[in-house]
Design a protein around this ligand. Structure first.
Ligand SMILES: Cc1cc2nc3c(=O)[nH]c(=O)nc-3n(C[C@H](O)[C@H](O)[C@H](O)COP(=O)(O)O)c2cc1C
Length: 161
């Protein structure tokens, strides 16, 4: 039986979304966005207000995907933007509130060139699942569609089953 995979991500300004969609397209798997209402087309002020709220409410913040059932997936790719050297509050909430103990986990990060220890922090904060590696994408906003395809393909090679 083929192994079932899922790409799940948070994206405030669209970069992580581009990578998530490309990964899902290249491995032909399901795609799920955490907090679908965080939409880059909604205007700059509104995005900034949301980002600030999510950061301030870090510990009480709720995602719209709490307690989703991931038991049918063998592997999940979890994608986050880097915010102040760590993954975002929606990803933090997802890790705290979802049962992913049956899943292999690949983390993917988008950032502006200074992620510092975000990947190590993600790995350390996983409370379930089996971490098998990460993918790292810098300055996605400056990449052309073709570059995104190539870069995703280059990094995905290590994880293709
Ligand atoms: C509030 C905020 C904090 C950020 N902090 C960092 C950071 O610490 N290091 C970094 O390299 N990029 C940082 N960035 C840039 C984002 O990580 C980068 O643009 C990312 O691709 C955005 O993903 P998104 O478009 O999916 O939301 C930050 C962006 C925002 C909005």
């Amino acid at each position: 039986m083929p192994k079932k995979e899922l790409v799940i991500y948070h994206s405030a300004t669209g970069n992580t979304e581009k990578i998530a969609k490309e990964i899902a397209s290249q491995i032909d798997c399901d795609l799920l966005k955490i907090n679908k209402n965080d939409n880059p087309t909604q205007g700059r002020v509104s995005i900034v207000v949301k980002i600030v709220k999510q950061i301030i409410q870090r510990n009480q913040f709720k995602t719209d995907l709490n307690n989703i059932d991931l038991s049918s997936y063998n592997r999940i790719y979890i994608g986050s933007p880097c915010w102040f050297y760590t993954y975002t509050p929606p990803i933090e909430q997802f890790l705290k509130t979802t049962d992913y103990h049956n899943n292999e986990v690949v983390f993917f990060l988008t950032h502006g060139g200074g992620p510092r220890k975000t990947i190590e922090k993600f790995k350390a904060s996983m409370i379930d699942g089996k971490y098998i590696g990460y993918m790292d994408f810098e300055n996605v906003n400056k990449m052309r569609e073709e570059d995104i395809k190539k870069e995703v393909n280059n990094q995905l090679i290590h994880f293709k089953q």
